[in-house]
Design a protein around this ligand. Structure first.
Ligand code: ASP
Length: 330
């Protein structure tokens, strides 16, 4: 029988009602006690790594999760992390860069309703996560509401429904029906995973709004080494207001700028419109079909390894866990 490590980190799934709102309090052992029949599928050992609402998660916590997986990698056949849904897509993306090519499953799951509630998605999500982790299904994924979503492609798209996550610009890796995993796509993996330990957190995100000045852009780039700009449609920047001049000046200072879109599906293509095309020769990168969560985590992973603009560009456009599929310009 497969041996799975359950790593508890908090979230709604582990929450209880308190006087001032739901707060994560249950341990991973207590979660497990709610799905006793899981012992028919796998044996489970538990670790309580954190107990946080995922709003409180920081990159340091992602590193702790990756280290926990690395420290126990040889002792288990797969890993299930219970996690709050709010920032689970960021954690899934970060783990996809910190734990690459894993032949064993690293599955994140959580719930929209606590496990102790009469009506809850917690038990089915947790049981499904174990089913995937015990199925020799490689790589990092989110298992939620019967879907298996690639770790670099998940986004939280509903704040209340059980169908909380979508897979962006990529198909589901599989679905779970009546307790069985139907695997559609197996991720590539190696004989052993490649672990990374460092993330550089000097990455910021700016959501463009009509009429916003470039002061925020300048401020964020003065405080960070990389800036993601979520622009409109297929991508571009306003032609008035000095945005282009600013970008050029920051590029000369070897900052990294990634243009992406606030539109959820289909990604960017800066070449389409004049407002974007003019940016192509400034040295900015573009996200193409990547999620913002993946861009954010990937930049932290890259900046922890290099500050050389050519190397940053090459690493950014080199796919990791199918995070970017656009032919691109590497
Ligand atoms: N606020 C919670 C969290 O992200 C929401 C959830 O888990 O669904 O920790």
């Amino acid at each position: 029988m497969k041996k799975i490590l359950l790593i508890g980190t908090g979230g709604t799934i582990a929450s209880e009602v308190t006087e001032d709102g739901l707060a994560p309090e249950l341990t991973s052992e207590q979660l497990l006690a709610h799905i006793p029949t899981i012992s028919d599928i796998c044996t489970v050992a538990c670790i309580q790594l954190l107990n946080l609402d995922s709003t409180n998660m920081e990159p340091g916590h992602w590193r702790r999760m990756a280290r926990c997986i690395r420290d126990h990698y040889d002792d288990y056949d797969g890993f299930v992390l219970t996690h709050g849904t709010d920032t689970m897509a960021y954690t899934a993306a970060a783990l996809s860069y910190l734990v690459q090519q894993s032949p064993k499953s690293v599955v994140l799951t959580g719930a929209q309703k606590p496990i102790g509630f009469d009506s809850t998605d917690s038990k089915i999500n947790l049981a499904d996560a174990f089913r995937v982790a015990a199925s020799d299904f490689p790589g990092v994924s989110i298992v939620f509401n019967g879907k298996v979503i690639l770790g670099t492609r998940a986004q939280k798209t509903h704040s209340k429904s059980f169908q909380a996550f979508s897979s962006i610009n990529y198909p589901y890796l599989g679905v779970l029906r009546d307790g069985a995993l139907l695997p559609y796509i197996r991720q590539d993996c190696a004989a052993a995973p490649v672990f990374y330990d460092d993330l550089d957190t000097k990455v910021a995100l700016l959501k463009l709004t009509p009429g916003c000045g470039k002061e925020t852009l300048d401020f964020l780039l003065s405080r960070n080494d990389a800036l993601i700009i979520e622009s409109f449609g297929v991508g571009g920047l306003p032609e008035a207001g000095g945005f282009f001049e600013s970008i050029r000046a920051w590029m000369e200072k070897k900052k990294t700028v990634v243009l992406t879109t606030q539109v959820q599906n289909e990604g960017s293509d800066l070449t389409v419109y004049h407002v974007g095309h003019r940016l192509k020769d400034t040295g900015v990168l573009e996200a193409y079909d990547m999620t913002t969560e993946a861009v954010y985590a990937k930049l932290m992973w890259i900046l922890a390894q290099t500050r050389d603009p050519a190397k940053i560009r090459r690493m950014f456009y080199t796919p990791v866990a199918k995070d970017i599929l656009w032919p691109g310009e590497a």
